[in-house]
Design a protein around this ligand. Sequence first.
Ligand code: ADP
Ligand code: ASP
Ligand code: MG
Length: 418
Amino acid sequence: MPLVVQKYGGTSVASLDRIRSVAKQVVARHKEGNQVVVVVSAMAGETNRLIDLALSASSKPDMREYDALVATGEQVTSALLALILRSMGVEARSFLGHQVRIVTNNASSKARILRIEADRLRKILNRGWIAVVAGFQGVDEEGNITTLGRGGSDTTAVALASALRADRCEIFTDVEGVYTTDPGICPNARKLSKISYDEMLEMASLGAKVLQTRSVEFAKRYQIPVEVKSSLVNRPGTLVTVEDPSMENILVSGVTYDRNEAKVTILKVPDRPGVAAKIFAPLMDANISVDMIIQNVSTKGYTDLTFTVAKSDLSLALEIIQRLASQIGAKDVIADKGIAKVSIIGLGMRSHAGVASKMFQSLARAGINIQMISTSEIKISCVIDEKYTELAVRVLHDAFELGNLPRPRSKTGKKKSR
Ligand code: ADP
Ligand code: ASP
Ligand code: MG
């Protein structure tokens, strides 16, 4: 019997009425002859409320207790959905992360799934029951509750789909699929019928919050077809799948933005071997990921070093860097939270020239200054002043004609120059 994992996000379970309509959709899928596992998020706004509560209780919360608190939103919705399903006469059981068991490392608030012991779920499914799983949460080897980072229910769903060797994973959300950019800020955004794992990975990691990055990593590694679709209208969504030859012709397939990073600059760093290692190793030890890094040309034996980290890691990063700066003899450390990163993504960039200059020119024409740049085979990112985020996204979306059909294609494989 085919096995389907469905995930419903916060707006899809925002009220009892919404949970009732989710229950109807789940039952319909079950009646079609599928085994069904449903992963639910907390009700819309609930995780934010819980985070605010934690931060009001303690300005520097103990992260074990923080996770124990913020994981509760999903406990409520999973139990409510199971209750409603049972009141409809359908056999269903809810499971928390530790009941499944979804085992993670101990990195509170950004834990990574190590393994899923899915025997209990399998037994339930083999009895013909529906399994409802609380998203976003796991348990570490010591039995502490952990959470998987914002948007983590997507990862719960895809990880369960891979552990259970599901035939399909369906992510229900408040938009009809993956768009060329966030339809919330660009009315002209166009829904994609298909996107490759690699492009989706870039889009997610560069800020398109429609799927959490880790969920796409799981999908790619275990080749799980993931469909992103609306829980409100019954229309085909976007299939995230393996790359096919038609996708390679697409120069730029999407524009993303990320307002969750902050920029740190260390001024007048002595320019000698080992200094970069001295700066970045303690950040890594503290589980802080550094994204973009720029080191300026050295003058008179000194250089400036700029890098970005998640805003949520900024205060810890500053604590570490300020301590280090005096040890290595740097002059000062400055932080800037008012930045955003805008990016363009496309498999076609691998073999086409001129994409970067078009991006820079379009931003320049709109009067937007670029503070940092980074490129890879299939993306270009620019850090800009946060206040220009929406303008930059729309300008780039227009420049690469993403809202208009047919999509821009080029058959001439010019030399890459980015
Ligand atoms: P859920 O609560 O269902 O998990 P999220 O808010 O996490 O929903 O993700 C859906 C939101 O992602 C959309 O409402 C949209 O504003 C945003 N988004 C950003 N970029 C994209 C994109 N390229 N395609 C679709 N949605 C996007
Ligand atoms: N409720 C969590 C969040 O808001 C997880 C999720 O919705 O995926 O981030
Ligand atoms: Mg989400």
